[in-house]
Design a protein around this ligand. Structure first.
Ligand SMILES: [Zn+2]
Length: 166
């Protein structure tokens, strides 16, 4: 029960991270956080404590909200292993720079997409416009909800009011 996942909100109720119930209880004990939503009760030897499902920090934390590392694996995950040009999910996938590096394209969430080998060869060192190809959707930095789905799975129902703030 102490290993269940707890949503951590920043002081302004924005979702910040996810931690174990154990860690959340420690933060509450230390006076760093308050329990916003309860998932039940934990019985210790001497008393019963609320088992948090959402906690909120008392102090505002200045921190990039979701530090999902920009890696090939995470780009492919974000795009569901679907080629962002032709839509196939078959065959080996690679990462394409939408604006090629030679033209100043950067290594960013907004400039990298999952791409099948065929489309990658077809596009070559050109922009999508130059190659006459279209992206299925514009690539974006993954939001917190994506982070939850990818790394935690289905969010706890009690988290939902706090996850749609974007
Ligand atoms: Zn393709």
């Amino acid at each position: 029960m102490l290993n269940r996942k707890v949503l951590v909100l920043n002081q302004n109720y924005e979702p910040l991270s996810i931690c174990s119930a154990k860690r959340a209880l420690v933060m509450v004990f230390l006076g760093k956080a308050e329990v916003v939503e309860e998932a039940g009760t934990v019985h210790t030897v001497s008393r019963a404590l609320p088992l948090p499902s959402v906690v909120r920090l008392w102090m505002y934390v200045h921190k990039p909200r979701n530090d999902i590392p920009l890696t090939k694996r995470n780009i492919l995950r974000r795009d569901g292993h679907r080629c962002q040009y032709c839509g196939t999910t078959q065959g080996p996938m690679t990462v394409d720079h939408v604006i090629p590096k030679d033209m100043g394209g950067k290594d960013t969430w907004e400039n990298l997409v999952c791409c099948c080998v065929r489309c990658n060869n077809r596009k070559g060192n050109r922009t999508p416009e130059q190659a006459g190809m279209r992206l299925i959707r514009p690539p974006k930095r993954p939001n917190f909800l994506y982070f939850v789905h990818t790394f935690v799975g289905e969010p706890d129902p009690s988290w939902k009011p706090y996850l749609f703030m974007d």
